[in-house]
Design a protein around this ligand. Sequence first.
Ligand code: CDP
Length: 236
Amino acid sequence: MQKKQELYSGKAKSVFATDDNDYVVLSFRDDTSAFDGEKVEQLSRKGEVNNKFNAFIMQYLSDNGIPTHFEKLLNDTESLVKNMQMMPVECVVRNVASGSLVRRLGVEDGMELTPPVFEFFLKNDALHDPMINEYHIETFGWAKSEDINKMKELTFKVNELLKTLFVDAGMILVDYKLEFGLFNGQVYLGDEFSPDGCRLWDAETRKKLDKDRFRQGLGGVIEAYIEVAQRIGVDI
Ligand code: CDP
């Protein structure tokens, strides 16, 4: 498998072509951003930590019946994934109220959500990722009705699998964001799962172990990511 030209560069990852059109290389950089790219810093080792963390989670999800784009780890900061056509929507599940939900609805931070809340957002930094629903997605052609249902179904299945994984390691999965794509017409989980795209709290102390440490300037960002990784058994 030969790595070729860069196809796309996002806020934290870059995508490179390979000599096989069905596969691309995901390259995890140390760049860390928040607030739609307004706050950006380089955090040493973040690319490596997130690449290995993501590989572990994607493998665990695949092993438990979730179709994912992940093929294999290539090196410390790169993974080989399926070359998908991404759907420009973000699927968020919340088990505990925090972040934008608290700001939007004025509910108490830390409130347990039963049943969990599901939200769609449009992936568009210029518009600040507005919240959308199934009607917007179908009407504006961002995904087909059957694929919308599949994304929801898979996002909830992921919730059950990951809640268990993190609870067993002494953490609460507060919320997380997933992105999906199409490969040969089928829906697969894409993008990444790492502490950059979820909220994880220590179950005892409720200490934040995710990107809120960066957003809120709490320090110890990478140390927290490494702690989470080690607790679930990532080789780092
Ligand atoms: O993070 P913020 O408070 O702005 O938004 P949120 O709607 O509370 O985010 C819910 C979850 O999705 C959090 O775990 C975020 O880290 C994640 N998220 C993300 O990874 N990327 C986005 N563009 C928006 C949210």
